[in-house]
Design a protein around this ligand. Structure first.
Ligand code: SF4
Length: 217
């Protein structure tokens, strides 16, 4: 284990002070829309996804809607998003499996979700926690980077190892809110290219930040 429960609590308290109301920033009104939005968000900002889903969700309201148009039409509707061709195909595969296995509904458990075409651990965790209130920690690029910089996880750890470590160190009823706070922390503060180390409340325990500060000085 990279850090103690006590140190994790220290980090959690500061994250709470910084981002008390962190929440999912993908616009959605139900579990199906959220699943589509998460699929679209791979290697793309939530802001861009929201720009596209604003119109997309007016046109496509059910899995059948995505299958009732030619693939090229769906590609065109999401073409402002990176990797849109692959994403269009994945959306259609997902819709087919939702119709085949769940009468077009999004299943409510993690185990069922990860079995669906195009749905990985991150998507399943985001959907169960945000749409169905099941505690979960989804490890995306922000959560992984921040966890490693803060020494919560080791640099060599896989995404799954980071997830397991966070689950061990954080009480289950705080998994979902902490997931959102870690994302906000990575998105707005401990940014990939230019983290705000000089003004960071966690600098005293962050070796990565201290190393960067020495370089700057
Ligand atoms: Fe991130 Fe820098 Fe803060 Fe460490 S000190 S958590 S690297 S912003």
């Amino acid at each position: 284990m990279a850090i103690t429960i006590k140190r994790m609590r220290y980090i959690l308290n500061i994250l709470e002070e910084m981002f008390p109301n962190a929440q999912c920033e993908l616009t959605h009104s139900n579990a199906f829309e959220l699943t589509i939005a998460v699929l679209l968000s791979a290697q793309c900002t939530d802001k861009k996804v929201n720009e596209v889903t604003k119109d997309l969700f007016k046109k496509y309201k059910s899995p059948w809607d995505y299958l009732n148009v030619p693939l090229e039409e769906l590609e065109n509707d999401i073409r402002r998003i990176g990797l849109y061709r692959n994403k269009a195909k994945n959306i259609r595969k997902l819709c087919e499996s939702l119709i085949d296995s769940y009468d077009g509904e999004v299943p409510r458990t993690y185990a069922q979700l990860v079995e669906l075409a195009g749905v990985g651990r991150k998507t399943a965790n985001v959907v169960v926690s945000n749409a169905f209130g099941v505690p979960a920690i989804a490890v995306d690029t922000h959560v992984e980077r921040v966890s490693k910089r803060l020494g919560i996880a080791r640099w060599k750890d896989s995404v799954l190892e980071v997830e397991r470590t966070l689950q061990h160190l954080i009480p289950e009823d705080e998994w979902t809110i902490t997931h959102h706070r870690l994302i906000f922390f990575g998105r707005y503060h401990c940014i990939a290219r230019n983290p705000k180390c000089p003004e960071c409340s966690l600098l005293d325990i962050c070796r990565e930040g201290q190393k960067r500060m020495k370089v700057v000085i």
